[in-house]
Structures are given as structure tokens and as C-alpha cells.
Design a protein around this ligand. Structure first.
Ligand code: 5GP
Ligand code: MN
Length: 335
């Protein structure tokens, strides 16, 4: 089955010519290097591995990676098929013949792989961020797509490659995480139609949901308890701001890895009195990774961009080297 296409053969703002060029470039290459953004989420890693498995099955030599200085796959995403395609950035091709990026809006989000793009002969950018800067030699960017996985599926179809259960599992993880389990406004008929195509391969949605959202080490509950205990509501800031933080020490007390705390923002953001929810997460280097969510009153991608980050209108983030109070003060001023 192929996805629904417009009369001109395109889906969204990616033109039929650009798709044809992508197919041409990728078909002609023996070796393809794939990369997604640092601290990959389900859509970044799922899209990349889905395409990676399909290309490997087509006989290509595939390397896939992301540019974190400490290269580890988030525990939540280790169940994804195709992990054997992943290589430490140290072993990534320095000058790839064809490099394809997934869910990367700005070249800097490739982390330590940023430099590899300059030497790539062709750089194909697959993304759905409205803020994508078009840093590729070919940019397949559709801000109307619910997930980068939507573009990944179309690329696989256009290459004439089959989507098996493993590929479908990867793409489904991208779709289900970026639509917030089909709760966000990105939950279009097309998103459900794609889910139907993927489910038809026999993938296990119950297992996927359990891996992504319904399990964690016991220490998660203890850290969440501390994080909720110190949460602050500032109704007078913007349309209301609710915020909290997680330190390295909080996590160390229960041996909780950094990537386990990603879902905590979803608890914080349920607060009725706040349009914006923010959580500051201290990583293993002592740097603060700040996650922001909005119910729509404020475009948090603009706030994040003003502080050196980016993202979507309702989900964005940035990195801060300031102490907590100073970061929050900057946020208050912008909100
Ligand atoms: P999360 O809060 O789930 O880590 O990220 C939400 C959104 O914000 C994602 O689309 C992600 O790409 C973006 N984002 C998060 N952190 C950063 C950052 O430090 N820099 C940029 N440019 N975007 C970020
Ligand atoms: Mn992403």
C-alpha cells in the first residue's frame, strides 16, 4: 500500500521532483550514513532505524548514529529493532557519500556529527520542524507532517521497498510519540491511516506502549516524588507557569539515568492553572537541559529560540549553563 498522494505526486510541501531526486541519490549509493538529533526521542531514532532496516534489506551498507558525546541509546528506546545498525560517532564515516538526517531542524543538533555534514557529498534532510533551516543539499521538510516518521515511511515507499514488522515498529514509535499517543492536534486522518498501515504488519502496540510509557525502575517514583514536592506555580507569569527541576544528585540517590526522567514533563504540564510547564534537568555533565510545554497560549519554540534552543510551538527546549534561578528569571521575562 502506498500513502495517499496529491495530484502532483507530493504529500505536503515536498515536491515530487525532490522525492524523485532523493530516490535517485539513495538508489545510486552503496553506502548510506544516517544520523538523527542528539538525545534522540522516539521519532528521531524510530525514523532513522526504520529507514536503516529498509536500506539494509535492499543491500546497502548502512551506518546510523547520533552525535551525543556519551553515546548511549536511551533505555526506553532499546527495544527498537535495528540497534545493530548503530555505531558510535567515533566510527562514523568522515565524508559520507550520502548522509541522511532525521528530525534535525538545525545542523548543530547533530552534536559531534555536525562536522561530518560539511564533507558529505550529498546531505538529505528529512524533517517536520517548522524551524528547519534547510541545511541539506536536498531538504525533504514537511511542517504539516505529524512526525518525521511520516516522511520516513514515504521515502521507503518511494524507494519501492517493503515495510516489514520491524520497520513498522520503528515508524510507529515515531508516530505514536510525536502525536502524544494520538492526542495532539497532529492527530489527523492521515496519522491514523498511517497507524493502520503499520498495524497491518502485525506489530505489537501493547508491547510498544509498555516499553515507552508504562515501565521504569523503582527509583523513578522516588525521584518523581522529590520533583513534585518542589514544583512551583506562578499564575501571574504569562498565562501561568508551572515549573520544577531534577538535579544530578536527585538521580544519583536512586541510580536513575538521565534518560529516565524524560516523561516527567507530562506530569507537570497537566496543571490547569498554567499554560506553560517547564522542567530543568541537570545532565551528567552538570548542564541544564530545559524542556518546555505549552497548551497554546505561548509559542514556546520562540521562547526557547531566544535562549539558544528550539522546537515546536507546544513542545520546545534549550540548554542552560546558568543556575536554576537565573534561568527561570530569563523565562519569566520572556513569558
Ligand atoms: P524535549 O523537551 O522533549 O526534550 O524536546 C521538545 C522539543 O524541543 C523537541 O522538538 C526538540 O527537538 C526541541 N529541543 C529540546 N531541547 C532542545 C535544545 O537544546 N535545542 C534545540 N534547538 N531544540 C531543543
Ligand atoms: Mn525529535
Amino acid at each position: 500500500m502506498t500513502p495517499d498522494l496529491r495530484d502532483d505526486g507530493s504529500a505536503g510541501p515536498v515536491s515530487g521532483q525532490d522525492w524523485a531526486r532523493a530516490v535517485e541519490l539513495i538508489s545510486a549509493a552503496d553506502e548510506i550514513a544516517l544520523a538523527c538529533h542528539v538525545s534522540p526521542d522516539g521519532d528521531a531514532l524510530g525514523s532513522m532505524l526504520g529507514v536503516g532496516i529498509a536500506l539494509r534489506a535492499a543491500g546497502k551498507r548502512v551506518t546510523a548514529s547520533f552525535g551525543d558525546r556519551r553515546f548511549t541509546v536511551p533505555r526506553l528506546l532499546r527495544f527498537l529493532p535495528g540497534q545493530e545498525l548503530l555505531a558510535d560517532p567515533a566510527h562514523y564515516p568522515a565524508a559520507p557519500e550520502v548522509m541522511v538526517t532525521f528530525d534535525v531542524p538545525t545542523v548543530g543538533r547533530l552534536g559531534v556529527l555536525t562536522g561530518n555534514t560539511a564533507k558529505a557529498h550529498e546531505l538529505v534532510v528529512l524533517d517536520h520542524h517548522p524551524s528547519n533551516t534547510g541545511f541539506g543539499t536536498l531538504n525533504l521538510v514537511d511542517p504539516g507532517a505529524a512526525a518525521t516518521a511520516v516522511l520516513a515511511e514515504e521515502l521507503i515507499h518511494r524507494l519501492g521497498l517493503p515495510v516489514d514488522k520491524d520497520i513498522a515498529t520503528c515508524l510507529y514509535v515515531g508516530l505514536v510519540t510525536d502525536t502524544g499517543s494520538f492526542r495532539h492536534s497532529s492527530t489527523t486522518p492521515d496519522a491514523h491511516a498511517m497507524a493502520a498501515r503499520l498495524l497491518a504488519t502485525g506489530l505489537d502496540p501493547e508491547k510498544i506502549a509498555r516499553e515507552l510509557w508504562d515501565r521504569s525502575p523503582f527509583g523513578y517514583l522516588k525521584v518523581l516524588g522529590a520533583v513534585l514536592d518542589r514544583v512551583r506555580l506562578e499564575p501571574e507569569v504569562g498565562g501561568g507557569l508551572v515549573w520544577t527541576f531534577v538535579t544530578r544528585a536527585d538521580r544519583a540517590a536512586y541510580g536513575l539515568p538521565y534518560d529516565e526522567i524524560e516523561g516527567m514533563i507530562d506530569v507537570i504540564r497537566r496543571t490547569d492553572q498554567a499554560d506553560v510547564a517547564t522542567i530543568l534537568k541537570e545532565d551528567d555533565d552538570g548542564v541544564w537541559q530545559v524542556s518546555m510545554r505549552s497548551k497554546g497560549g505561548v509559542d514556546v519554540s520562540r521562547v526557547s529560540a531566544a535562549l539558544g534552543g528550539g522546537g515546536h510551538a507546544k513542545a520546545a527546549g534549550f540548554t542552560s549553563h546558568q543556575p536554576i534561578e537565573e534561568t527561570i528569571e530569563s523565562l519569566r521575562a520572556l513569558l
